[in-house]
Design a protein around this ligand. Structure first.
Ligand code: ATP
Length: 486
């Protein structure tokens, strides 16, 4: 990360804390590694991101429905899905610093360093070796690459490494009152399996016809070997996943459809297209026949925010095998039974939140020849902004607060609003800019005479005078979901 980007990222993190977006979990006890809490504005923004996803996936598609399955599931689910035996990262410990790393991350960092130093050939050949070792789950080969490229521990600076071992990422706990005989259950590491096991329940009760999708938003838990970059890699996080069930043989058409549709969803909020890119998977998971990541350029580089995977009939077939229950669909057009193929779209809500904050954050220099000036502004899309408008009486007297309250009481029925009468109007504008409020409504003496107010627009800082009775409609249009969904 360059110094500027490093600083920018640090500023985003401290801004998120200072204004009540994200706090470290249990902070008074010095926090819990890779666990975070969303504050008063963060939870509003997070809810809006969820709503944006839910509306666009469920409400805008007549053939997609949403569910909310439990976090705990029968332990056999995770045997069937392959998570008990295969959901692991290759880890390595440095014996001097006692720090644990993901072996593949250490090698990726080395590849990035080679690239930065202009050693393109070396970086490409190491990338090829890494891909080959990962594709064959060859742990000694990973260890050999670390040795050969003289990769040192970033903390101790030594090469005193252990062997590379697999580390399962699932958290487990006991279900049942008695320690003895209690069943070991897992905290789900993904929400997808809750959809697969309910495939027939939803299909039958909803009379769904293929192609159709089931969507879900919910918590997932992974005991990540190393957690870093704030809410980028957490041990407790939220996913928004949709499984789309299709006729075998049509999966590549649907894969192409969702690949394009999901990128469109990201771009609709106004993010510059060059901040995004697709990354096709070289190493496919055992269940997939195609997979792509949608990556965003964070201050620390391009990283995955969402995955689109063609999962074949792997999951439903596995659940058939392990449960002994038929999970087939009767296709009335073809007049036959089959296990549908699945296209999955899977996005991390917290990563989307981080992306949104990084993309919106700007430190603006507003200095003129006469005086220095600056502001920090979050350019959030108005529909996603935690607070839609602030109501600000120009002064705290002459009946202006009473009039402002009357306006506020009406608007808060439809919109999340803030009322603020403390400090100068300029300071109040700056506070709203910093939390991304798109509109400030100012009540002044003229309001009492002609029932008009000014609306100040966050990004342009321009003001316009409008009748109070039009406010509902004006704000409603500016923050409407239509602006994102159509
Ligand atoms: P990564 O390679 O970054 O570990 P992944 O390929 O394991 O991610 P998936 O299993 O495809 O991720 O999960 C889908 C999405 O869930 C990811 O695109 C990401 O946005 C999110 N996600 C996965 N792990 C985490 C985590 N530890 N913290 C926050 N979000 C996560």
């Amino acid at each position: 990360m360059s110094k500027n980007n490093d600083e920018l990222f640090k500023n985003v993190i401290s801004h998120a804390k200072e204004y009540g977006f994200v706090f470290p979990s249990s902070e008074i006890y010095d926090g819990l590694s890779a666990v975070y809490d969303y504050g008063q504005l963060g939870s509003e923004l997070k809810n809006n991101l969820k709503m944006y996803w839910w509306k666009s996936m469920v409400q805008m598609h007549e053939n997609i429905v949403g569910i909310d399955s439990a976090i705990f599931m029968h332990p056999k689910v995770w045997k069937a899905s392959g998570h008990v035996d295969g959901f692991a990262d290759p880890m390595i410990d440095n014996k001097d610093s006692k720090k644990r790393y993901r072996a593949d991350n250490l090698i990726e960092d080395k590849i990035a360093r080679y690239l930065k130093d202009g050693k393109t050939e070396k970086s490409e050949s190491l990338q090829k070796d890494l891909d080959a070792a990962l594709a064959s789950d060859d742990l000694p080969a990973l260890r050999a690459l670390i040795e050969e490229h003289q990769i040192v521990c970033p903390v101790s600076g030594t090469r005193n490494w252990t062997d590379v071992r697999q580390f399962n990422l699932m958290f487990s706990t006991q279900m049942g009152a008695m320690a003895e005989g209690a069943d070991e259950v897992y905290l789900r590491p993904e929400t997808a399996q809750g959809i697969f096991v309910n495939f027939l329940n939803v299909q039958k009760s909803g009379r769904m016809r293929i192609p159709f999708g089931i969507a879900q938003i919910g918590k997932a838990f992974r005991n990540e070997v190393i957690a870093r970059q704030f809410i980028m890699r957490m041990r407790e996080f939220e996913q928004m996943e949709m499984q789309f069930f299709v006729k075998p043989g049509t999966e590549m058409e649907w894969y192409a459809y969702w690949k394009e549709a999901r990128l469109k969803w990201h771009l609709a909020v106004g993010t510059l297209p060059e901040k995004y890119r697709y990354h096709d998977h070289v190493k496919l998971a055992h269940y997939a026949n195609a997979a792509v990541d949608i990556e965003f350029e964070f201050p620390f580089g391009f990283k995955e925010v969402e995955g689109i995977h063609s999962r074949t009939d792997f999951d439903l077939s596995q659940h058939e095998k392990f449960s002994g229950k038929k999970l087939q669909y009767f296709d009335t057009v073809e007049n036959k039974n089959y296990i549908p193929y699945v296209i999955e779209t899977s996005i991390g809500l917290d990563r989307m939140f981080l992306l949104t904050m990084c993309n919106a954050y700007e430190e603006q220099d507003l200095s003129t020849a006469e005086k220095p000036d600056s502001r920090t502004v979050l350019h959030l899309h108005p529909t996603l902004a935690p607070v839609k408008a602030a109501v600000l009486p120009l002064v705290k007297k002459d009946g202006l607060p009473e009039k402002a309250r009357e306006i506020m009481d009406n608007l808060k029925l439809d919109f999340n609003m803030q009322y603020d009468e403390k400090d100068s109007i300029g300071k109040r504008y700056r506070r709203q800019d910093a939390i991304g409020t798109p509109f400030c409504i100012t009540i002044d003496h003229q309001t009492l005479e002609d029932n008009t107010v000014t609306i100040r627009h966050r990004d342009s800082m321009e003001q316009e005078r409008v009748p109070v009775k039009e406010l509902d409609k004006i704000i409603g249009n500016l923050v409407s979901w239509k602006n994102l969904l159509k």
